[in-house]
Design a protein around this ligand. Structure first.
Ligand code: PGA
Length: 250
């Protein structure tokens, strides 16, 4: 059976002192959670978050990474740099990065390879726009994003990746995909992975749902057959609310 993995994506929110206060409030609330808990925090919070989450069940992730090892790339941060301070996870290809920062399927693929080469676990985001959904292209878009993201990886490498299915129209809008729609999209992603990497890879890989997940809808979503947890934006900014999501099954 696949485990549930629930990750918070703070996006560009929280100063270091706020991150420290958050983790101190959050830790006792989730210390006996069955799901794996990850907080993906801004670069400037990473070190503080890692220090404060030591000896807890909270794992820390970044929200982006550059694909080159090092060199003249002003403003960028490499996988090796993240690994060196104790980062475990990294979000790659979030729709906000695809939309505002020219992230492409090709850079997503390169970033995944850089992350894996340095022992970071990628959380790879795929999802359709409202226009694509209305044109009946959801499955085509998300399977092609998945195929291109994972291109050139071995089944073993694919097993170590987390995919987050995030319909773009559901992000930050309060609109959630119905649990059936989300589950079916995730089944389509799993089928694409089965085709390219074999059935056991597709059965092992963790695939989350993201897009307006809250404590009131988490249980219904996460209880679906193919949804292995969630990537949570807005509702992860309050420790009490995010803890309820992490403990959706209680
Ligand atoms: P949201 O964001 O939960 O605020 O919709 C999800 C995400 O962007 O990962």
């Amino acid at each position: 059976m696949r485990r549930k993995v629930i990750a918070g994506n703070w996006k560009m929110n929280m100063l270091p002192n706020e991150a420290i206060d958050y983790i101190q409030a959050f830790e006792p609330l989730v210390k006996d959670a069955k799901a794996e808990v990850i907080l993906c925090v801004p670069y400037t919070d990473l070190f503080y978050a890692i220090m404060n989450a030591q000896n807890t069940n909270i794992k820390i992730g970044a929200q982006n990474v550059h694909f080159e090892e090092k060199g003249a790339y002003t403003g960028e941060v490499s996988a090796q740099m993240l690994k060196a301070i104790g980062v475990e996870y990294v979000i790659i290809g979030h729709s906000e990065r695809r939309q505002y920062f020219a992230e492409t399927d090709e850079t997503v693929n390169k970033k995944i390879k850089a992350a894996l080469a340095n022992g970071l676990k990628p959380i790879v985001c795929v999802g359709e726009t409202l226009e694509q959904r209305e044109a009946g292209k959801t499955e085509e878009i998300i399977t092609s994003q998945t195929r291109l993201a994972l291109d050139g990886l071995t089944p073993e490498e694919v097993k170590g990746i987390i995919i987050a299915y995030e319909p773009i129209w559901a992000i930050g809008t309060g609109k959630t995909a119905t649990s059936d729609d989300a589950n079916n999209s995730i089944k389509a992603i799993r089928a694409e992975i089965a085709k390219n990497y074999g059935k056991d890879t597709s059965e092992e890989i963790i695939i989350q749902y993201g897009g307006s997940v809250k404590s009131t809808n988490a249980k219904e979503l996460f209880n679906c057959s193919d949804i292995d947890g969630g990537l949570v934006g807005g509702a992860s900014l309050k420790p009490e609310e995010f803890a309820k999501i992490v403990k959706y099954d209680e």
